[in-house]
Design a protein around this ligand. Sequence first.
Ligand SMILES: Cc1ncc(CO)c(N)n1
Length: 246
Amino acid sequence: MFSDDLKKMARPILEEIYHHPFVTGIAKGQVAKKALIFYVEQDYRYLTEFIKIYANAIIKLDSRQDMAFFSDAINFILNNESFPHQVFCQIADVDYKKLQHADPAPKAYLYKSHMHQAVDTGSLLTVLAAFQPCPWTYTEIAKKQISEGANNQRNPFTPWINFYGESSDDGNEPLANQIFLWMDRLAARSSDKEKNQARDFFLKSCELEWQFWEEAYYQQDWRFKKSHSTASGDFIKWSNSNIQKF
Ligand SMILES: Cc1ncc(CO)c(N)n1
C-alpha cells in the first residue's frame, strides 16, 4: 500500500521526533519556558495559516464529503486546538493573548509556504500527503508517551498528551488512519508522477515537523529580524523614533 511505503520511509524522521529534547521534555514534564512560549507564538500563526490553506483546498474539491473533511479540520483548529496551547501557556505562566502576534520564524515560514505550494501545484493526493504529518506525528508522539506512562498525575503536560492521544481511543478510526486510507484510495488511481510528488511533500512535511520542534526549542528566529520586519510594530516604533530625531 502507498501509505505503508510512506510510513516506512518516514520512520527515521519519526524516531528523531520521538527523541527530540522538546518532545522528550514533554514526557518528562520539563521544557524551558522560553521554548514553550516560542512554540505557542509560532504554532498560533501556523494554525491560523492552516485554516486558509484548507479553505484553498476546498476550492479544488467537488464532493461534499471531501469538503466536509477540510471543514471539520478548520473547525478543529478554531474550536479545539487552542487547548494544547493553553496548557503550554499555563506551564510557562504567560497570557495566551500576548503570544498571538508573532511573525513566522524561518522554519514555520517554510512549512506554511510548503503547504501553500502543495495546494497550488498538487493533486488532492499531494495536498493530503503534505497535511498528514501534522496529525500523524502528533498522534504517534502522544500514543508513545501514553504507552510509556508519561501522562501521569505528576506531569503538567498530561492534558496536552491526552488531547493528542485521545483521537486514537475514542472508538472511531483515528483521523491519521482515515487520511492514510483516503490517500491509498487516491493513490490507486494516480500516476507514478503524482505519487512521487505526494511522497516528496509528505517526507518534507515530516522533516518540517521535526524542524518546528527544533526551531522552538532553540528559539531560532530570523537573524536580521529588525531589518526586514517592516509590517511589525517594532519597525513602526523604530522608524517613528528616527523620524522624530530629524
Ligand atoms: C507544527 C504543528 N504540527 C502539528 C500540529 C498538530 O495539529 C500542530 N499543532 N502544529
